[in-house]
Design a protein around this ligand. Structure first.
Ligand code: EPU
Length: 338
């Protein structure tokens, strides 16, 4: 029997650790419970929020609706020649899924080690790190359509994946609840260490022919050195997306700021490192009241203790304004704001 609770604190359900209350709260452990939930039309009529690991959201106020906490567990795999299909419940932790795959020798996800959050949330923003994105290993996902109460399968091509983007964030926002995700991995590792400091760090450790376990360890260590651990300092990883500008806009910026950090993007555009832009505006490691930016990565906003979501949001607005004034580039928040 589903238990719907009232006036529940969400402080332990968001990695920023900010206080906010949910008017109603339900935990879903099995897919069939979604059907059971929506038998009551009341839940179709009020605002709903699907919560995974709460690692990419900022509550600026109480949520006057139903929070649906996805807790469907289970990881299974099927080997077919050199390929492996791994299917995981939406409520599994992303980190544990990557560890499961790395420990079984299933290659493809190792660069995505230690990303906080849940499996069900991973396709929504097409999570990515160190040169790999979720879409590179995604096969399909199962999702519950709220309006029809039917289950649907989304193959990769139907998901509209782009940089930190998918159809679940845009056209289909709030219409589906992802219940499980299937990944296609390989027994033949294709090591991808070109991004950032991975290659140098492997060399430091005297590793010439890295295994996927070596890559996973190095990626995890780099993350730990750059990013604050949400269990001790509230944060949601990168707070903003890296902005993408046209080649002409980039050339103008480069004239004035010759050291601007940039990467090629699709369609002849250029991706700028938001962390660099923010640091150039003097924000890196700054503490403002109970909030601030992280000392090793200016793109990460932090809760130094008991900050409210509104305070963190206000800091993000100040940062957007100052980056815009200096560079004429409008940062977009990557974190979902409620
Ligand atoms: N940089 C600075 N100052 C800073 C931070 C970064 O100058 O304070 C420069 C770095 O020196 C580097 C460049 O900016 O040259 C990029 O920095 P980094 O490699 O740390 O990556 P990022 O672009 O800031 C992105 C993702 C991260 C992901 C890393 C590694 C986004 C918004 N963020 O960050 O993802 O872990 O690459 O692949 O795309 C997240 O989405 O929550 C997240 C942490």
């Amino acid at each position: 029997m589903l238990q719907i609770r009232e006036n529940i604190s969400l402080k332990n359900f968001n990695t920023f650790g900010v206080e906010a209350y949910a008017r109603f709260f339900v935990e879903i452990n099995h897919e069939e419970e979604l059907t059971e939930l929506f038998l009551d039309p009341k839940w179709l009529q009020i605002p709903r929020l699907v919560l995974g690991g709460g690692s990419n959201m900022l509550f600026t106020q109480d949520f006057d609706g139903l929070v649906i906490r996805m807790n469907i567990r289970g990881i299974e795999h099927r080997i077919s020649h050199e390929e492996v299909y791994v299917e995981a419940g939406a409520g599994e932790s992303w980190k544990e899924l990557v560890d499961y795959c790395v420990n079984h020798g299933f290659a493809g996800m190792e660069n995505l080690s230690l990303i906080p959050g849940s499996v069900g949330a991973s396709p929504v923003q097409n999570i990515g790190a160190y040169g790999v994105e979720l879409q590179d290993v995604f096969e399909s996902c199962q999702a519950f359509e709220i309006a029809s109460q039917h289950k649907k399968t989304f193959v990769k091509e139907a998901c509209g994946f782009d940089y930190r983007e998918s159809i679940f964030k845009t056209e289909l926002k709030n219409q589906f609840i992802i219940t499980s995700v299937k990944f296609k991995l390989s027994l033949q590792p294709q090591i991808n260490i070109k991004y950032g400091a991975i290659e140098a760090e492997l060399q430091n450790r005297g590793i010439e022919k890295p295994s996927i376990l070596d890559v996973s360890k190095v990626v995890s260590d780099i993350r730990v050195s750059k990013l604050p651990d949400p269990s001790t300092i509230g944060n949601a990883g990168s707070f903003f997306q890296n902005p993408i500008v046209t080649k002409a806009e980039f050339d103008n910026l480069k004239d004035t700021f010759p050291t601007i950090v940039n990467y090629p993007a699709d369609n002849d555009k250029v991706k700028l490192a938001a962390g660099w832009l923010i640091e150039q505006c003097g924000w890196k490691g700054k503490t403002i009241g109970r909030t601030g930016t992280w000392k090793n990565q200016a793109l990460v906003l932090v809760n130094h203790g008991n900050a409210s979501g509104a305070e963190i949001y206000a800091l993000s607005s100040q940062i957007i304004d100052s980056v815009y004034q200096k560079f004429g580039v409008k940062l977009q928040r990557e974190v979902n704001i409620y």
